[in-house]
Every structure is written in structure tokens, then in C-alpha cells.
Design a protein around this ligand. Structure first.
Ligand code: HEC
Length: 144
């Protein structure tokens, strides 16, 4: 990923992390399309330190980890609003049988589950479906 691609992702993630730090998403954070949120100015949200883990060997999983760290970790690392944490096997056990593809589709379009609201593309409309899919593959890989 080039710096030019990474910067908007990083900016969007700081906005998301800021939003996720609140108990409830602010009114501006429109679910499930999240376009408003993506368009919001990079306010004074605290910069997140991405988890300093060694990059996984599989290139798709490694790319997925980068997408995940920048766009999904804000909710999923914290279990925010019921977001399943990668590596939490119990939290994923009931989700895994539907398969990575179905989960990737749901992550792209967003959905309301029993635990909470998963915003489309995690709220970053600029992500491609493939980027979201690779992030899902990374999460699933860690949670099997
Ligand atoms: C604003 C918080 C938030 C962000 C950001 C977010 N998620 Fe989620 N996600 C959730 C919540 C809450 C759930 C649980 C919904 C439920 O099943 O009740 C969820 C569930 C999921 C699931 C499980 C789907 C299933 O069928 O069980 C996947 C996969 C997922 N998210 C992927 C992603 C990816 C990939 C990103 C980043 C591109 C992302 N999420 C960003 C809140 C978020």
C-alpha cells in the first residue's frame, strides 16, 4: 500500500476510533452506509497506535491486517457495541459456519445483528469490497 492510499485510510480510522470511543455512535455516524462519517473532517480524534504485531506470512491476510488495523480495530479490538474480537474463539464460533464469503458480504453492506450494528465497510465507503474481504479473512484466520 502506498502512502497516498494509506493516508485517507488512516484519517478515516482516526475518525472512526473517535466515534467508537463514545458509548453511542454520534448522530453524524449514519448507519449502515456510513458515508457521512467517511466525509467528516478529521477532527481532534486521538491517533490510534496500531497493534505492533508481526505481519502474517500470507499476503492476503497481511493486507487484511493493514485494512483491519486502520478501519476495523476501533470497534473490533474493543468489542465495541458487541463487535466480535479477532481471536475470541467463543465470539466467532457461531459466526464461522456461515463462511468467509457471507461474512465479507455482510461487512461490505453492513447489517444489524443480535449484538449490534455493523456499519457498511466499517464506515469507510472508500474501501473496496476486496479490501473489506481481506480484513474479514484476517479476522477469521485469527479466530478459528
Ligand atoms: C462502528 C463499529 C464497527 C466497525 C468500525 C467495524 N465493525 Fe464489524 N461489527 C461491528 C459489530 C457491532 C458487529 C456485530 C454485529 C452482530 O452480529 O450483532 C460486527 C460484526 C462483524 C463481522 C461478523 C459478521 C457475522 O456475520 O457474524 C465481521 C466479519 C465484521 N464485523 C467485519 C468488519 C470489518 C472487516 C471491518 C472494517 C472494514 C469492521 N467490521 C468494522 C461493529 C463494527
Amino acid at each position: 500500500m502506498t502512502t497516498r492510499q494509506f493516508l485517507p485510510l488512516f484519517a478515516a480510522s482516526t475518525i472512526l476510533l473517535g466515534a467508537c470511543a463514545l458509548e453511542k455512535p454520534p448522530a453524524k455516524l449514519k448507519f449502515p452506509d456510513g458515508k457521512e462519517n467517511a466525509a467528516a473532517p478529521a477532527a481532534a480524534a486521538p491517533a490510534a497506535a496500531p497493534a505492533a504485531e508481526a505481519a502474517p506470512a500470507d499476503p492476503k491476510i497481511a493486507a487484511g491486517k493493514a485494512v483491519y488495523d486502520a478501519n476495523c480495530a476501533g470497534c473490533h479490538d474493543a468489542g465495541m457495541m458487541g463487535a466480535p474480537k479477532p481471536g475470541d474463539k467463543a465470539g466467532w464460533a457461531a459466526r464461522l459456519p456461515q463462511g468467509v464469503e457471507v461474512m465479507a458480504k455482510k461487512a461490505v453492506t453492513g447489517y444489524q445483528g443480535k449484538a449490534g450494528m455493523m456499519p457498511a465497510k466499517g464506515g469507510n465507503a472508500q474501501l473496496t469490497d476486496a479490501e473489506v474481504g481481506s480484513a474479514v479473512a484476517f479476522m477469521v484466520e485469527k479466530s478459528k
